[in-house]
Design a protein around this ligand. Structure first.
Ligand SMILES: [Zn+2]
Length: 254
């Protein structure tokens, strides 16, 4: 028997598995549905936070952002929203956007279509109740998608948001390490905005940080706060504007 005939299916299966992994994990992959990964201008930086609300950190972030007239997007976990709805209300009242990060932060890649719908719906209801309006933006836990995650989100009217930079602020590293990992934002801004004579063109960054941890409420994110205290004035001086994801994209994905 021709060995090619035996090996070809194995190769095809391996290739399909590779494609699935790429579509599930790679933040800017679009094969499981269209996602937003960038802002529409290099001037606009969309800072996003996952895994809150977190009473230990989110109020401090809100105060820090007020100092720079900065706006951000918070992707919330439904079970935490139910524990601190007032914090969600305040986040929205201070001009930020809140989004759906599922009810319990499971790996959606492993769930059935029905289970995915339940995870989305419970968080949707929790945020709608706390914030007074349904959220419009969704980020999957761990950034993981499968063929039915984005369509399920779309059923509830969501656009799915990924990122250009995820510096890994959940790691047990000093703030200096995290500050260094966020350097690409400034580098990109210098390249795009540094030349005064030519108008800025191209796209801007979506930064993925964490104001909470999905394991429990009141997780320690002081290094994330410290890194932003370092960077916000520097990014502002480079000409960046800190916008919500709603302000980041003029023409939303269908
Ligand atoms: Zn998360």
């Amino acid at each position: 028997m021709n060995s090619l005939l035996i090996e070809a299916p194995a190769v095809a299966i391996a290739a399909a598995a590779g494609l699935t992994a790429y579509g599930a994990v790679y933040p800017r992959a679009q094969i499981f549905g269209r996602t937003i990964c960038r802002t529409d201008s290099p001037r606009k930086l969309a800072i996003t936070f996952d895994d809150g609300p977190n009473p230990a950190i989110t109020p401090k972030l809100l105060d820090l952002f007020d100092r720079y007239n900065a706006k951000a997007t918070f992707f919330l976990i439904g079970k935490f929203v139910r524990e601190c709805p007032e914090l969600v209300k305040e986040t929205v009242a201070r001009g930020h956007v809140v989004g759906n990060h599922t009810e319990t932060h499971l790996n959606l890649f492993r769930l059935s279509p029905m289970q995915v719908r339940v995870e989305l719906r419970l968080c949707h209801d929790a945020i709608s109740h706390a914030a007074g309006a349904p959220p419009k933006w969704f980020r999957p836990p761990f950034g993981l998608r499968n063929p039915w995650v984005i369509p399920a989100a779309r059923e509830l009217g969501y656009q799915t948001v990924m990122w250009t930079l995820i510096p890994g602020d959940w790691r047990e590293k000093p703030a200096e390490w995290l500050i260094e990992r966020m350097q690409p934002i400034a580098h990109h801004a210098q390249q795009s905005l540094g030349n005064e004579s030519s108008p800025a063109s191209g796209t801007g960054d979506v930064l993925c940080l964490h104001d909470g941890t999905h394991r429990q409420l009141n997780g320690d994110r002081t290094r994330t706060l410290a890194a932003l205290e370092h960077w916000l004035p520097r990014w502002r001086d480079l000409g960046l504007e800190f916008v919500t994801i709603a302000e980041a994209v003029r023409t939303p994905a269908p």
